[in-house]
Design a protein around this ligand. Sequence first.
Ligand SMILES: C[S@@+](CC[C@H](N)C(=O)[O-])C[C@H]1O[C@@H](n2cnc3c(N)ncnc32)[C@H](O)[C@@H]1O
Length: 196
Amino acid sequence: MKDSHHSDLIEFYKILLSDERKKWQNPQLILRQFGDLKGKRLLEVACGPGYFLSHAATLVGPQGFVLGIDSQPLAIEISRERLEAVGFSNYRLVIKDAMETPWHLGTFDFILIANALHDFGDANIVLRNVSESLEPDGKVMIVDWKKTHTKFGPPVEKRLSKKQAEAIMLQAGFSKTSSYERLPYHYLLVWKKNIR
Ligand SMILES: C[S@@+](CC[C@H](N)C(=O)[O-])C[C@H]1O[C@@H](n2cnc3c(N)ncnc32)[C@H](O)[C@@H]1O
């Protein structure tokens, strides 16, 4: 028998995949902040039910590759259904705790962490894995909730302010290359790793 946790997750994923979300977190607009994705390798850490992944698979095209990881098996199952339904073969999905180290997932041109940095028990461990998995000229994008009250989204006390997220990224050895300021509820920051 499916438990209430399962049905709560299903409800949560429905919200994450809703058309309504595109109005305030347009996936194509967000992914394009990386630059040209064609032929690139993109990893989404904590991909959930695959809201961004199907768009990423389209943007990287058949010569590119996308990988989604999430610790929740149901999220990976739904991501797989979504990607299969649109007929992509340029992807892989892995059930994985992002804090497990090392990742052994290969290297990537782009790594996306959307609505999840505030969720990790220890963001530093995740970011060390991110750094090891990023090509020297690769980029990391952090999209997360502004620390202000909104009608929906995680409780404000769980959120990281933009300043807190920036401090975490700087501490983890990244430098900011750009930002996008026009999302109503989120900040979007793009980073490269410091090469020593
Ligand atoms: C709010 S959802 C965001 C999903 C997706 N990035 C999006 O924006 O639609 C947060 C996701 O982070 C995942 N998550 C939280 N902690 C994690 C961890 N340590 N390792 C992997 N996934 C994690 C959860 O299972 C959940 O799917």
